[in-house]
Design a protein around this ligand. Structure first.
Ligand SMILES: Cc1cc2nc3c(=O)[nH]c(=O)nc-3n(C[C@H](O)[C@H](O)[C@H](O)COP(=O)(O)O)c2cc1C
Length: 191
């Protein structure tokens, strides 16, 4: 599938099949992130990938999911099967660019996962210090984001906004994610 189609198809996945994610797939994701652009080519980011049951379960306790999971609670077996933590070496980091670099790396991970049939959720609502403790990350690193991964067990779709707010809604068990119209977000020549 071409990049444009992949990007259009991508939706955040929070409900996962009970099927392990091989480490080789995570490695491919991290390789894509490694080659992502970074401001001034500083490359302050490093990546920690975990797919061991126990470690994944512990990290899962320290993240907060939205969507159906938030509405209905987590069903056993549908938890993420892997995490990739994006780490930023504090000494090389900048307030201005590191969060941007982390976002770009996150998208590289998400799209590379999707190309392999793996769904994911970029996560910022996380207990950073707790996760760093679980994964043994030294204090010299910050953790801007983690990404939860697994084979999808839900098929969310992009929908038209209902009014001004951007809350999701569920219809026949399917999550709808409202997105603003192209005409509303794209300005041409002059604002
Ligand atoms: C920086 C960032 C942080 C996010 N943090 C969380 C999070 O902590 N928990 C969660 O369930 N989703 C999180 N998301 C996923 C968003 O909720 C999701 O991208 C948004 O609802 C739009 O849905 P879509 O990704 O399917 O287009 C995050 C996304 C981004 C980009």
């Amino acid at each position: 599938m071409g990049t444009y189609k992949l990007i259009l198809k991508r939706r955040t996945i929070r409900v996962f099949q009970d099927k392990p994610v091989p480490f080789s797939s995570l490695k491919k994701c991290v390789n894509a992130a490694r080659l992502s652009p970074s401001a001034r080519n500083v490359q302050e980011l490093e990546f920690l990938a975990v797919n061991g049951r126990e470690q994944v379960a512990r990290v899962n306790e320290a993240v907060r999911f939205g969507g159906i999971v938030r509405e209905k609670g987590r069903v056993k077996g549908e938890e993420p099967k892997a995490f990739i933590a994006i780490l930023a070496e504090k000494e090389k980091s900048s307030q201005e660019y590191t969060p941007i670099n982390a976002g770009i790396a996150a998208e590289a991970i998400v799209l590379t996962a999707l190309e392999q049939g793996i769904g994911s959720c970029i996560m910022g609502a996380i207990e950073r210090e707790r996760i760093k403790g679980i994964l043994g990350v030294p204090n010299s690193y910050a953790m801007p984001l983690v990404i939860a991964l697994g084979y999808p067990k839900e098929k969310p779709v992009a929908g038209k906004p209902r009014g001004k707010d951007m809350f999701y809604w569920t219809e026949k068990g399917q999550l709808h994610v409202p997105k603003r119209h192209l005409e509303e977000v794209m300005h041409r020549d002059r604002f």
